[in-house]
Design a protein around this ligand. Structure first.
Ligand SMILES: Cc1cc2nc3c(=O)[nH]c(=O)nc-3n(C[C@H](O)[C@H](O)[C@H](O)COP(=O)(O)O)c2cc1C
Length: 367
């Protein structure tokens, strides 16, 4: 291993760092936060909240163990009851949930870390079993095919299209989620605008067939996302504490359309002067090429059209992510599965130790 010596903020103290990953250990200003390194824990749903959708002590310890990350992003957290689509995913709309999350932020801060809450609504990716028998809501009544995730034999179905006069309340729920996140002691929020969930459903032609003020043209299709961003920024009071995850390429729970690229170009342009902390690529494998994004990967498309900080993600290892940062492809690296498998990922990466391989059976425990 070739090492580089990195001076720390403490006078006289220095760290030996594996040269292959040194770009990950350069500090980064992210909005109004200073990150000591560029390793971000990607948001990962764990389905380990209580039946009241409250995070537990075990959740607090799980995040605290990973506090050496430059930034932790929590599992997606629903902003209202009809935003649920998976079992035992935490919420952030009532006092018990705020109290549960306060334990998490306290433990992470005790360990010297920084943590953003990922705020979420699944839209059509749900089933009446999660909604007290209700029908999932979405921009348009476009059926979703396939087996409900983490169920034996339930099938997704056709959502109910939101009426125009219902939409402002959904935007407000994201703002309320941000206010509650602040009250729970988070350092910021990441708006989950990716992976085929509600915000993303407004941004793709496959799932947005509206012809009113919220669909029909790229300008109308970006309105929900832009209004959510503005309301959340307003609720937090500092755009530098708000990030946004996006999937310009449709890859999960929806189909791509050649007109989608224009929607995302417009969205990224509209958001460019808002002072957001970052945009984050929502993808499982950033080597995936999207014809409808002019033959680019999701990460390359975002880099081209977003003028602010970009967090890259999607099947990277510390070395390949460090190379991408060195090559200017993004500014910080989010790691999901490898961080799940290695609570001590930052320490191992620093000295070039091999990481334990991820395996889906690890989802059974919060370690
Ligand atoms: C178990 C699991 C749960 C996930 N849950 C979320 C989530 O709640 N929110 C989200 O934006 N992405 C979620 N993702 C996607 C990850 O954030 C990330 O994009 C993906 O795992 C690719 O990164 P990796 O190759 O480093 O694992 C999840 C991924 C996994 C493996």
């Amino acid at each position: 291993m070739t090492t580089t010596v990195l001076q720390t903020e403490t006078p006289g103290e220095s760290l030996q760092i594996d040269a292959a990953v040194e770009p990950l250990f350069r500090p980064l200003s992210l909005g109004s936060l200073q990150l000591p390194n560029r390793i971000v824990m990607a948001p990962m749903t764990r389905s380990m909240a209580t039946d009241e959708l409250v995070p537990t002590e075990a959740t607090a310890e799980y995040y605290a163990r990973r506090a050496a990350a430059g930034l932790l992003l929590t599992e997606a957290t629903i902003v209202r009851a009809d935003g649920q689509g998976y079992p035992n995913t935490p919420g952030i709309w009532n006092d018990e949930q705020v109290a549960g999350w306060s334990r998490v932020t306290r433990r992470v801060h005790e360990e010297g870390g920084r943590i953003f809450l990922q705020i979420w609504h699944v839209g059509r990716v749900s089933h009446p079993v999660y909604l007290d028998g209700g029908t999932p809501v979405a921009p348009s009544a476009v059926p979703l095919e396939g087996r409900v995730s983490r169920s034996e034999d339930l099938q997704y179905g056709t959502p109910r299209a939101l009426r125009g006069d219902e939409i402002p309340a959904y935007i407000e729920s994201f703002a309320e989620g941000a206010r509650n996140a602040r009250a729970a002691g988070f350092d910021g929020v990441e708006i989950h605008g990716a992976n085929g969930y509600l915000i993303d459903q407004f941004l793709h032609f496959h799932t947005n067939r509206r012809t009113d003020a919220w669909g029909g043209t790229p300008a109308a299709m970006v309105r929900f996302a832009v209004d959510v961003v503005d309301s959340v920024v307003d609720a937090w009071g500092d755009a530098g504490r708000v990030g946004l995850r996006l999937s310009p390429g449709a890859y999960f729970n929806m189909e791509g359309d050649p007109r989608d690229a224009e929607v995302f170009r417009l969205l990224l342009g509209e958001l460019s002067d808002r002072g957001l902390a970052y945009v984050h690529t929502g993808i499982f494998d950033d080597a995936m090429i999207f014809e409808e994004l002019d033959g680019a990967t999701a990460g390359a498309f975002l880099r081209e059209h977003w003028n602010g900080t970009l967090i890259g993600c999607g099947n990277y290892q510390p070395e390949t992510g460090a190379e991408a940062i060195e090559g200017g492809r993004f500014d910080a690296l989010a790691l999901g599965r490898s961080f799940l498998a290695n609570p001590d990922l930052v320490a191992k990466t620093r000295v070039g130790d091999a990481l334990r391989a991820y395996d889906a059976s690890m989802l059974e425990d919060l370690v």
